[in-house]
Design a protein around this ligand. Structure first.
Ligand code: PGA
Length: 267
C-alpha cells in the first residue's frame, strides 16, 4: 500500500493527480470483479498513471479478489464502501476498518447518501468512521450531498458544509490532508438522478473550495458522470477528480474516463 501523503501546498497541487474512482455499490460477483481488474491492469498506460490516481471500491466480498489481482501489478488503490467505527467487538453483521485493511483496502468510503437514506448513517457516525479510518492509517473518502428540496430552497452549500464540518472538524490539519471529499448531490445520483449542468455545481464547489481546497487531498464530483460530461465536470473550479457509479461498472467505460482525465490534466 503506498504511504499516505499529507495535504499539498499550493505549488504542489499543480502537480497533483486527478483522482478517478468507482464504487460498484452492490454489484459484481468475484469472477466479474477479477475480470474487471484484470482488464484494467492490462490496459492502463504510464501516460494515464502519470496524471491520474485510479481507485476502485468493490463490495466487501470482492475487495480481496480485486486487491489480489491489482497487488504488485498496478498503483490502482482499492477501497471499502463502509466500515464500522470500532476496531472489533459484538457488532454482528458489521465489518471494521482493520478488517477491510486486512482484505487489501486503503480507502474507506463514508457517508454515501444511500447509506444516510437507507441505513441510518448520521453526521455523528460519519465523524466516528472518519476518525477510525485515520486511526488505522487509511484514507477516508467522505461523501456529502444535498437532497433536491434543499437545492430548490437555495441551501445546497450550507447543507454540504454542515455535513463536512460535522465529520471533519475534529481532525488536525495533517490528518485532514489525507481526506478525499466527494460532493455527490442526491438529485444527480443513480438511475433516479439526472446529470447536472456544470453551472449548478459551481456555487457548491466554490463553498467547498474556500474551506477545504489545499487542506484535503482532493475534492471530487460524483453523480451521473458519463464519458460525455466528464471533461466539463473536471473543468469546474476546485474539482480534483470524479467518483463514478454506472459509467465505470463496465471497465471500458472506466478506462475511457481515465483517458479523458489524462487529456484534461494535460490540456
Ligand atoms: P452514478 O453513481 O455515477 O451511477 O450516478 C454515483 C454515486 O452514487 O457515487
Amino acid at each position: 500500500m503506498p504511504p499516505l501523503e499529507s495535504s499539498a501546498t499550493t505549488e504542489e497541487s499543480a502537480t497533483k493527480p486527478l483522482w478517478i474512482g468507482t464504487s460498484w455499490k452492490m454489484n459484481k460477483l468475484g469472477s466479474d470483479a477479477r475480470a474487471w481488474a484484470n482488464t484494467l491492469t492490462e490496459n492502463l498506460t504510464d501516460d494515464v498513471l502519470s496524471q491520474v490516481q485510479p481507485f476502485v471500491i468493490p463490495s466487501f466480498t470482492a475487495i480481496s479478489p480485486v486487491a489480489q489481482v491489482l497487488d504488485g501489478r498496478s498503483p490502482v488503490l482499492v477501497g471499502a464502501q463502509n466500515a464500522h467505527w470500532e476496531d472489533s467487538g459484538a457488532w454482528t453483521g458489521e465489518i471494521s476498518v482493520p478488517q477491510v485493511k486486512d482484505a487489501g483496502a486503503s480507502i474507506v468510503e463514508i457517508g454515501h447518501s444511500e447509506r444516510r437514506t437507507h441505513f441510518g448513517e448520521t453526521i455523528e457516525t460519519t465523524r466516528r468512521k472518519v476518525e477510525a479510518t485515520i486511526r488505522c492509517g487509511m484514507r477516508p473518502l467522505l461523501c456529502i450531498g444535498e437532497p433536491a428540496d434543499t437545492k430548490a430552497a437555495g441551501q445546497s452549500a450550507e447543507y454540504i458544509l454542515e455535513q463536512a464540518h460535522g465529520a471533519l472538524d475534529g481532525l488536525d490539519e495533517s490528518d485532514l490532508g489525507k481526506v478525499l471529499i466527494a460532493y455527490e448531490p442526491m438529485w444527480a445520483i443513480g438511475d433516479a438522478g439526472r446529470p447536472p449542468r456544470t453551472e449548478e455545481l459551481v456555487e457548491s464547489f466554490a463553498a467547498l473550495g474556500d474551506e477545504y481546497d489545499h487542506r484535503v487531498e482532493a475534492l471530487l464530483y460524483g453523480g451521473s458522470v458519463t464519458v460525455d460530461n466528464a471533461a466539463q465536470l473536471l473543468s469546474i473550479d476546485h474539482v480534483g477528480g470524479l467518483f463514478v457509479g454506472r459509467t465505470a461498472w463496465d471497465v471500458h467505460g472506466y478506462l475511457e474516463l481515465l483517458r479523458i482525465a489524462e487529456a484534461h490534466r494535460r490540456s
